[in-house]
Ligand binder design. Sequence first.
Ligand code: KMH
Ligand code: ZN
Length: 277
Amino acid sequence: MTTGTLITVAPTGAESTKADVPALPVTLDELVVTAKECEALGAAVIHVHIRDDEARPTLDLGRLRETVAALRDSTDLIVQLSSGGAVTDPESDRLAVLDAAPDMASCTMGTVNFGDDVFMNRWEFIVDLHTRMQERGVVPEYEIFDLGQLTSLQRLLSKHGLPAGGHVHVDFVMNVPGGLPGTTEALVACRQALRDLPDGTTFSATGIGRSTIPVLLASLSAGGHLRVGMEDTITYAKGRPVESNMQLVARAVGFAQLAQRTPLTPAEARELLGIPT
Ligand code: KMH
Ligand code: ZN
């Protein structure tokens, strides 16, 4: 039975710019302030993309290590580094993200058209990422951009074994142009497909752009968890740009509470996801 709600904040991403959204956290200080405030509101996981001094997306390992350390010093949040990076990042840099020893890392389960770009995730790359995470005790969040990627996940787990910690958690990333639509019907189809995955598999969902609210509500009502943040949404409501990540987390917490699905603390989230304390 589902009880609490796991709330993940994805505050930065690799695609938006300060010109699009002035409050986008792009420096380490901005990220740490955001993380602390989102944790105080009810977030338990932070999905992290970092930027360089010019606010361009980077997978610089030194910066990633510094970021993991700073987030651990200042918060109890579960630190999930993006292994997806930006569409231009090479596979070697994406694998090296694990050298920063996060609690979790994302693992996207297939290639997808990504607006005008292509987000490449070859099968051999996925197997390599999954295996390295098993060896290092980094817990994956399997990112699902399309329904067939759940079939790939089933194949991955049956051929290469369960992830570190033994628990399977997936995130439906919905409404990317080229992937799943951000609709209740699509979310229900994904949830149904989870029956072919190990018992106890949990899911969260995030709706890009204007699908944010419908996906939030559909996920809660289907027993799922939530991801929100400026990586996914830069418009709070029609004609109203997002003012901060906290605004999005506060709204998700409000919806969760209305659904009587209290936000999980980071400690409770660790238990759910099989992450050591
Ligand atoms: N920025 C996208 C190309 C992830 O973080 O793992 C990939 C992405 C998924 O955001
Ligand atoms: Zn991401």
